[in-house]
Ligand binder design. Structure first.
Ligand code: SAM
Length: 243
């Protein structure tokens, strides 16, 4: 199947997000490992385990970027299954495609440039959808969640892995210092780009907390919505079903 390419939204937030990911694409993986001290790999594995994805399933990894979740899913669904990595940003897609090809992950993966708010796929198409550290960047989150709901099969589930609200005050203050002081410095040193990492810290602070996001998922139709706090709520995994 080939879904073709879509026009990218052109409002202010979208173009700012585009610029950020265009400029961080090449250094994205190194920065991820550094900033999370490698823990993002465990968060992504946990997402796989909670997804219930099985051999032969059809999975959409939206905002898939450089493809970590896609790689895990590709192994899990096997040759009878399919994974579509969709991302709005051509630079991120290019880095992702190259990396997965180098790792030998290709036969069951397709790459599509698409906006999460207007997914170019048929109704009732995917067994599971993942969006890892992507929803935060989407301008109209409810619209995106509704679009994901539409393309899920009945019985399918959505997994949203995203930064969230730390569960303890002391952790929140340590984390604040880390993300607003240290993070832009690291971005400056490693990627020569403190602005993008300043944006990252701000976008994390603005993102809806655990219960708000769960409510947004329920509002667009998801059932049995629940979330798992990871690393003290610095990150949360939300899961919802379409019945
Ligand atoms: N999922 C990957 C991971 O966990 O490592 C990449 C996450 S990266 C922080 C966020 C990705 O979201 C970027 O590749 C960016 O291009 C993409 N993105 C931002 N807005 C988007 C949108 N409206 N639709 C689809 N992808 C979007």
């Amino acid at each position: 199947t080939h879904f073709g390419f879509r026009q990218v939204a052109s409002d202010e937030k979208a173009s700012m997000v585009a610029e950020v990911f265009h400029s961080v694409a090449a250094k994205y993986d190194v920065m991820n490992d550094l900033m999370s001290m490698g823990v993002h790999r465990a968060w992504k594995r946990f997402t796989l385990e909670c997804s219930g994805v099985r051999s032969g399933d059809r999975v959409l990894d939206i905002a898939g970027g450089t493809g970590d979740i896609t790689a895990l899913m590709s192994k899990r669904v096997g040759d009878d299954g399919q994974v579509v990595l969709a991302d709005i940003n051509a630079s991120m897609l290019q880095v992702g495609r190259g990396k997965l090809r180098d790792r030998g992950v290709v036969s069951n993966v397709e790459f599509v440039q698409a906006n999460a708010e207007a997914l170019p796929f048929p109704d009732n198409y995917f067994d599971a959808i993942t969006i890892g550290f992507g929803l935060r960047n989407v301008t109209d989150k409810s619209k995106a969640l509704a679009s994901m709901y539409r393309v899920l099969k009945p019985g399918g589930r959505l997994l949203v892995l995203e930064f969230s609200k730390p569960q303890y005050d002391w952790l929140a203050s340590v984390y604040d210092t880390y993300s607003f002081k240290l993070l832009p410095k690291m971005g400056e040193l490693v990627a020569n780009d403190s602005e993008s990492y300043q944006y990252l810290a701000e976008s994390i602070r603005m993102h809806p907390d655990q219960d708000t996001l769960a409510g947004m998922m329920s509002d667009v139709g998801f059932d049995e919505v629940k979330y798992f706090n990871l690393t003290g709520g610095i990150v949360a995994l939300h899961r919802g079903y379409k019945f």
